[in-house]
Design a protein around this ligand. Sequence first.
Ligand code: SF4
Length: 369
Amino acid sequence: MPEINHKPLLGLDASELTALAEGFQQPSYRGKQLFEAIYRKRIESLDEISTLPIEFRKELSGQGYSIRSEEVAGKFKSSDGTARYLIRFPDGQTVETVWMPEGDDGEAGDGSDADIVESARNFGRATICVSSQVGCAVDCRFCLTGLLGVKRNLTAGEIAGQVMAVLRDQQVSPPHDRINLVFMGMGEPFLNYDSFIKAARLLVEGVGIPQSRMTVSTAGIVPRIGDFGEEEIRPKLAISLNASNDEMRTRLMPINRKWDMGQLLEAAKNFPLRNREKVTFEYVLLSEVNDAPEHARELAEKVRGIRAKVNLIAWNPGPGIEFSTPQAERVLRFQRILIDSGTPTFIRRPRGRDIYAACGQLKQTMEAA
Ligand code: SF4
């Protein structure tokens, strides 16, 4: 691995790479060649970029440039095929990135015909769950990552680099292989907005993952939802809601004091959706806290009139957090009430629970392993 003072090229976009090449007295098309080599071909070492003159490669390395900065410091495999990666950066900070094969994004579906068609198409796809910060400042009470606090933001290169490290390890290559990305790992992407959005663009334009196969989840940073709607290239929007009223949401997600449900749902309602796109509301079900039938009815009223679907996630247990997982019947009842009210509602299957890779469980536990 390069030394701590290295300068990674991964994270620079085509115009930045062009400016860099020109700074080395190279023709501007060398920038495009670098972009192709780094993102599309995913070449790992400057020495291997045969489209560039040897002298230019030597000059770049001589000045401390290298392609990437991250390394896979650990990998845990779950019995369900999920793999949890510990990715380490040169300053020693680590995040977790999760590979979920056979692709689903965890939705067990509502049993409709649309589901059956969907599951036929699912064959051979996989989802990567990506982190955006080291730790998280948002402090959702049901989340292990929240216990860490935030240590630092990731750069665009560190966000895109996680995806590229996992693609490399799994030996898959989009767009040929069908890869979905969910920016739902450690951190709140909208509190690291510029780097997140730049990484998403690099992954679309460079790596070739369609934006329609990417979803970002926010705990409800309302002003950023507005900005996000104006982006030309953007993933789909998911909002981590988890409550059916303000009192409950503030208890579970203190950020609700800053932007309450009224503001959040208004932002969702005004969000400029593309054809056939919906906002996803995520709702972690906590036994005897937010999983009662009256909560489902209250939620159904709240989301009425918004082009949305709801993903239900039965809470994944984690050490040091005092909640419990609801019974399956309660989860199904909650889903039924929402579906009957006209809201498409899915139950997400937990993935990788045994290796702490499931939603809200990412907490760098591998370091101790
Ligand atoms: S659920 Fe997401 S936003 Fe909330 S503390 Fe965990 S990582 Fe942060």
